[in-house]
Design a protein around this ligand. Sequence first.
Ligand code: G3P
Length: 414
Amino acid sequence: ETEITWWHGMGGHLGDVVNQIAEGFNESQDDYTITPVFKGSYEETLTAAIAAFRAGEQPNIVQVFDAGAATVIGAQGATIPVQDLLTQNGVDFDIEDYIAGVRYFYADSDGKMIGMPFNSSSPVLYYNADALAEAGVEAPKTYEDFEEIAPALKDAGYIPLVQTHLPWEFVENFHSRHNLPFATNNNGYDGAQGTEILINSPEMAMHFTKVKEWLDDGLFGFYGTSWDDNQAQFQDGNAAMYIGSSGDFGGLTALDLPFEWASTYLPYWNEITGGEGYQTFIGGASLFAMSGQPEEENAASAAFFQYLTSPEVQYMWHRETGYVPITEAAYEMAREDGHYDRFPAAETGIKQLMLQSGDNTHGYRMGFYVQIRDVENRELSRFLNGETSIEDALATIEEEGNALLARFAQTNTN
Ligand SMILES: O=P(O)(O)OC[C@H](O)CO
């Protein structure tokens, strides 16, 4: 029997479901055994995998989040393109099986799928329906709507809004939701050479200036850059709404919260789009097959990916977590099973990925973006804490971001 390992960053409820998938695979056949290993946060998982690769002790499969995708895709020789892994091991592969938003996100510039889409998410707005009813307001569609309803929520004793990830929700997907360019070179997709980040814009300055005003007026809560500390405000019933991952759905359901809650699309500024908002792009993470492994282990990884992408397993993962189904077949299965009739909030993320598209709604491809996020978190936190101006914060992010992009371009020729 061939044994393989899978390093991942799925803690808590998500980790339990990952273990269920692994057990299901192990029981489904007699040739292979997969062992999932929780390595901490997404950042810690990626750092551990890079260190292990350098030491020749890499796992067979590693989960890499969206922000690290460009770095890993650009690290030639570190991974086996998943499309090659599957076809070389006799597994049928058709990129058209995947939903449109997922199809090319982890592909190279030739459209070859490099990473196996796994937990694909989108940032959505969760709301405490009881709190909104108490304040006599409806969930906002736009940030203009939010400004209208927020005072009533505050008067009812709630923090109107929190968010869980400044770069992902207020920067990266902000650009997509408003169809604004986020980097030169077709948002980085046309190659690393010369790609520059476009964050120092009037729209970013306007948005964060508003967020700071809300914060100062008690209409917004900011509990640092930790995902959990912000989400806890909603779970504890203090915050009426929070922007978080569609992948929070399963965890929230498992908590059996003492109030009614639901979700709707990520708000957008009507004054920027002049009409409807645009689609967001997928977040979450994908699975990469690391190179340097024996052939029989690669065959095991291919067999596992085949199992993982079957409609049944995809639907189970989607149902239990809230991550979007990555294939058309799994989405169809969820619909036919009445999943969205029972839980309308479970469909918010996937529907949001299918809203109107534009030139800038397919995400970004920037190497060393994990480090750029650190700069964004640092500078935007300093701004929200009153330690710098938004102009200086955005200029610093652009300057340090571009230095990182230039360094990445030197090490990558694609
Ligand atoms: O919490 P997740 O898994 O939906 O991931 C959110 C972001 O995409 C992480 O970079």
